[in-house]
Design a protein around this ligand. Structure first.
Ligand SMILES: Cc1cc2nc3c(=O)[nH]c(=O)nc-3n(C[C@H](O)[C@H](O)[C@H](O)COP(=O)(O)O)c2cc1C
Length: 163
């Protein structure tokens, strides 16, 4: 089984989650399975069509996937992912941890949503079959670090999904 984890990351937190997911997949599928973790700028278009499982993740920017991931998703030709299994994730701020005036703003941002459900809906439009609900992982502040335990949670999520 081939699995490809595609991520974007501005400050490195989403990359860490992507690598933890890659490790979780290797643990679930076995060492001889082909699991690759690749930044969005380095994905070759013809590689997409040969995957059994696609994992796509990005930082949430303005309640959407970051611009490089948004452009990548838009560039996938229709039906390239027909029948392919896929899961989507993002990194995001925990709006409930904000305080004071910013918390009010956070409430609005929370209602506007996060990147992962939008990634999932783009992948579905290209024909993919989502095999798990979109998942978000929490960063503390804009540049991180990740909240304690998120790398372990990401690896377990991937392992359970693949199993
Ligand atoms: C331009 C910009 C917009 C952002 N917008 C949001 C947002 O709408 N919602 C949110 O939860 N976090 C937002 N954030 C925080 C990012 O989610 C956070 O920086 C990211 O998860 C860190 O991942 P990275 O280290 O992989 O870049 C924003 C960050 C930046 C830089």
């Amino acid at each position: 089984m081939n699995a490809l984890v595609i991520y974007d990351s501005l400050y490195g937190n989403t990359e860490k989650i992507a690598r933890a997911i890659g490790n979780g997949l290797v643990a679930a599928l076995g060492d001889d399975e082909n699991v690759a973790v690749v930044p969005v700028g380095e994905v070759e278009a013809d590689r997409l069509a040969t995957q059994d499982l696609l994992v796509v993740g990005a930082p949430t920017h303005g309640s959407r996937p970051s611009p490089p991931m948004h452009e990548f998703l838009a560039s996938i030709p229709d039906n390239t992912l027909a029948g392919m299994k896929a899961i989507a994730f993002d990194t995001r701020t925990d709006m409930k941890e904000l305080t004071g005036f910013v918390r009010l703003f956070g409430g609005i941002m929370d209602r506007m949503g996060y990147a992962a459900p939008k990634i999932a809906s783009s992948l579905e439009k290209k024909g993919a079959r989502m095999i798990s609900s979109p998942e978000g992982f929490i960063v503390l502040g804009t540049e991180g670090p990740l909240r304690e335990g998120e790398l372990e949670r990401a690896a377990s999520w991937a392992r359970e999904t693949a199993a």
